[in-house]
Design a binder for this molecule. Structure first.
Ligand code: NDP
Length: 511
């Protein structure tokens, strides 16, 4: 399966990126003086990054963000036009540096360069532009009451926001979290995932170049247990936006309760793609394959559970497997690669453990299931795309997020059973429905307990589409015009417009 041409990519030299922390408008070396090595997911023999241990710098970063907010640094809090200009400019700079960001993202995550170039980086830029356009449209309301008094509702930024991000879409998810916060006039401290911190650090430079005043955007790299946890517990942080595992989200919510800060959580997913017998099966097979294996299946949005009507099950599985067979597993920077290496050896082992569990549960692995070790594959975290059929709802593989290139298949006999199976996990992030009967598709979409339902498509997630989960997939929504509300306080200002004697109710107190 290994192609000789992959060797050329593996032999290409990459500079080792030094990923420092970024505080108060400046790149700094960490106070600990320590760096950890990040290895190439496609070639574990090679170091691609040295990542600063910022565990002793969280206080300084939060103080910088706090100061910038409280003192309205450079007019950031009060000047909405400035914020709009900076975010537009940052989007422009991101596009100008598209190749650099795409390569960095792919190199660290293991996702294919085609994905980073055509999807991740442009989407990140779009998100910035979308919220740039909102920065000067944060409107309050005002009303003259029956009494003649005035009530004005003004919206003010909530303060310092901590953004804690996962490793699978480091740039897009960070922009989804920080763009509305910045547009609202907040200041930010970001903690990127330890495995993929490069794009956040590089983005800080871009935002500064775009004109963000000092202290508005800070990045502290380091582990979740140290940097992440200090941010969540800090009294000087007003809100946390976290994307990651459900178990981490639960812990964050508990910790944030100490200072009653706002919490927005985007967590795991175990998303069903439901294919009815009257669907356009050709289109559905392509989208189901894409939904399961895009981003190496390492996606909260992965359509990792195929639910298919029993009448078309066999035919549809063959159609999917035929597409899976054509997928090229390879180095992430190779333009021809469809499935890159998994992000780390640990992640690969975890996914293979699930496949092992499938084997011991007696499930039928109809395609893949193995790590690739032939020739240069041995150097990275490569595995075959995997299809497992007849997966019952009690199975661990049906219930748990695998976060790798594994698709399970379960059949249903009617609409009710499809909905029941779709809702039979503790997650509720996304779902796909495939049918040419619009009435049925809409009925099913309505009954599915998930934050996003795609009908006759999968994975299209523009900033106009809300993103977040029902049940244990999260709390609150990112994307859309509404997300900005997470970062705004509503303040009522009541103006008494009476003249002459005080109103009767004052007499209750004053006699
Ligand atoms: P984790 O929950 O392990 O980590 C996410 C981030 O939280 C990382 O930056 C991590 O740091 C940090 N972190 C870990 N422990 C703590 C802690 N105690 N306090 C504060 N921060 C902490 O998730 P992964 O990075 O492994 O990402 C995969 C998960 O993210 C999957 O479950 C996936 O479904 C979910 N996800 C959800 C999305 C959604 O939109 N709903 C989108 C993308 C992913 P460190 O890296 O140092 O461990």
């Amino acid at each position: 399966m290994f192609k000789e041409e992959h060797k050329a990519y593996l032999d290409q030299k990459h500079d080792v990126m030094k990923i420092n922390i970024f505080i108060d408008g400046e790149e700094l070396t960490p106070s600990t003086g320590n760096y950890s090595e990040r290895r190439d997911p496609g070639d574990e023999d090679r170091v691609i990054g040295l990542v600063a241990d910022g565990s002793k710098d969280v206080g300084a970063a939060v103080d910088a963000a706090r100061r910038a907010f409280d003192r309205d640094a450079g007019g950031w809090v009060s000047d909405y036009r400035l914020r709009a200009r900076v975010l537009y400019k940052a989007a422009e700079l991101l596009r100008q540096n598209l190749d650099f960001f795409a390569e960095t993202e792919s190199l660290f995550v293991g996702k294919t360069i085609r994905t980073s170039r055509s999807s991740d980086v442009p989407r990140a830029a779009e998100i910035l532009e979308f919220y740039a356009g909102l920065a000067d449209k944060i409107l309050g309301t005002s009303q003259i009451l029956r009494t003649g008094d005035l009530v004005a509702v003004v919206k003010q930024p909530v303060g310092v926001v901590a953004a804690i991000t996962p490793w699978n879409f480091p740039l897009v998810i960070m922009c989804r979290q920080v763009a509305p916060a910045l547009a609202a006039g907040c200041t930010v401290v970001t903690k990127p995932a330890s495995l993929t911190p490069a794009s956040a650090f590089e983005f800080a430079k871009i935002l500064t170049k775009a004109g963000a005043p000092k202290g508005v955007f800070n990045v502290v790299t380091g582990s979740g247990e140290t940097v992440g946890s200090s941010l969540v517990k800090s009294d000087k942080v007003d809100a946390v936006n976290f994307t990651g595992e459900t178990s981490t989200g639960r812990w964050i919510m508990e910790q944030a309760a100490g200072s009653l800060k706002r919490v927005i959580l985007e967590l795991g997913g175990k998303n069903p793609n439901i294919v009815f017998e009257d669907a356009d099966l050709e289109r559905a097979a392509t989208a189901v394959t894409y939904g399961a294996y895009a981003n190496n299946g390492e996606s909260c949005a992965a359509g990792s559970r195929l639910l298919v009507h029993s009448n078309v099950k066999q035919k549809f599985i063959e159609m999917v497997v035929e597409r899976v067979r054509r997928m090229r597993v390879g180095y992430q920077l190779d333009e021809k690669t469809d499935l890159g290496p998994l992000v780390s050896r640990k992640q690969l082992e975890s996914v293979l453990e699930y496949v092992g569990a499938a084997a011991s549960e007696g499930l039928n692995i109809v395609y893949g299931g193995n790590r690739l070790t032939e020739s240069f594959y041995a150097r990275g975290n490569y595995m075959q795309p995997t299809v497992i059929v007849d997966t019952p709802r009690e199975s661990k593989l049906f219930q748990e997020e695998i976060f790798g290139p594994v698709l399970t298949v379960t059949e249903f006999r009617d609409e009710d059973e499809a909905v029941e199976l779709a809702n039979a996990t503790l997650y509720g992030l996304a779902a796909g429905v495939w049918s040419n009967d619009v009435g049925k598709a809409v009925r099913v979409a309505e009954k599915i307990k998930a934050g996003a339902v795609w009908v006759n498509t999968y994975y299209t997630l523009p900033v106009e589409m809300p993103w977040g989960g029902f049940k244990q997939s999260g709390l609150g929504r990112n994307n859309t015009v509404h997300a900005i509300e997470h970062y705004l306080e509503h303040k009522g200002i009541y103006v008494d417009n009476q003249q002459g004697p005080m109103r009767p109710y004052y007499r209750l107190v004053l006699g």
